[in-house]
Design a protein around this ligand. Structure first.
Ligand SMILES: [Zn+2]
Length: 336
């Protein structure tokens, strides 16, 4: 069978087809014929490499995987695969907080991922694909959705509260808008272009503001909330927007962050933080319970995938270019 393998970091030439022997399923495992893989920004880091971080090369990339069970009593069932897993043994895993496990592994980052004709995974990692979604739509959902879900859970977003979602058309942002709106929160968003801001409104945001350079979205959030600010701010842009994001936060507000695309070093005024009784919360991926709770919303049709388009895995380089160009919605790769 064929799979994509990264032997050494680099440009699109790093993404190479290799021929390998088909794996077989052991006890508790299932063989899945992969149909579609959703790309995340993580795929760019894995391909290019990250200074000071060592990926376990050679590596099969791809974290978000949809396909059908290839053999056994459940053959033909359409499934997504949980994008990450813990060791299953340690205290964090026993508590159900596998994303705090020291051996937590995201598929396609800490070990082989889904850009392969066949993958073998534990049966417990399967998520049924609801009937209204095709493989490409389903592959757009798991990783960024569970990330958005845990962020809003940890920030304790309540119905009627206002949430500001930075980068509302990003993978995490586009799903967070829908999750927050379904919770009954009032959603404000930011996005870099008029087209993207329009998209935020279509997804369920009440208003969307520019955030590039020094666009004063914090003042627009204050104006939209009668001067109060947002109860929850969802950050993942990092240094470029941090100061304005904090200024947009209400007294008693919670800022939750899962990324630092534009830089990780930021300033905090401690007096403002304690006097306004604000909380800063870090978040990475989600627990198994978060994934299942989120997936029930997907199954109910309350969260819809936002797909930019699909590329054959023969044109994986083209898919990476689209991802790098910042297209609106998920870049999905067809394993065909
Ligand atoms: Zn563990």
């Amino acid at each position: 069978m064929r799979q994509i393998r990264i032997e050494a970091h680099g440009g699109s030439e790093a993404l190479q087809f290799v021929e390998v022997q088909e794996p077989s399923a052991g006890p508790g495992q299932v063989k899945v014929r992969v149909r579609a893989v959703g790309l995340n920004h993580l795929d760019l880091w894995v391909r290019r490499g990250v200074p000071g971080h060592r990926f376990p090369l050679p590596l099969v990339p791809g974290s978000d995987c949809a396909g059908e069970i290839a053999e056994g009593p459940r053959a033909g069932e359409r499934v997504c695969i949980a994008p990450a897993f813990g060791c299953g043994q340690c205290a964090a895993c026993q508590r159900g907080q596998e994303n705090l496990c020291r051996h937590y592994e995201i598929r396609g980052e800490g070990g082989d991922g889904g850009l392969s004709e066949i993958v073998v995974v534990p049966e417990r990692d399967l998520l049924p694909i609801p009937e209204h979604l095709d493989f490409e739509q389903a592959a757009a959902l798991p990783l960024s959705g569970v990330t958005a879900w845990q962020m809003l859970r940890k920030a304790q977003l309540q119905p009627g509260e206002t949430v500001l979602i930075l980068g509302g058309t990003s993978g995490v942002g586009s799903l967070a808008i829908q999750i927050a709106a379904a919770k009954g929160a009032r959603v404000l968003a930011t996005a870099g272009t008029p087209e993207k801001r329009q998209r935020c409104l279509e997804l369920g945001a009440e208003q969307a503001f520019p955030h590039r350079e020094d666009a004063p979205f914090h003042r627009q959030v204050k104006a939209a909330t009668g001067g109060a600010g947002a109860d929850v701010v969802m950050e993942h842009i990092g240094a470029a927007t941090w100061e304005r994001s904090l200024k947009a936060l209400a007294w008693g507000g919670r800022l939750v962050t899962c990324g630092a695309t534009t830089g990780a070093e930021v300033q905090i005024n401690l007096r403002a933080l304690f006097f306004k009784q604000q909380a800063l919360i870090g978040s990475t991926m989600g627990t198994r319970a978060d994934l299942l709770a989120y997936w029930s919303q997907v199954s109910a049709g309350r969260v819809r995938p936002v797909v930019a388009g699909s590329w054959s895995w023969g044109d994986l380089a083209g898919a990476h270019q689209a991802l790098e160009a910042g297209v609106v919605g998920k870049v999905v790769v067809r394993v065909d």
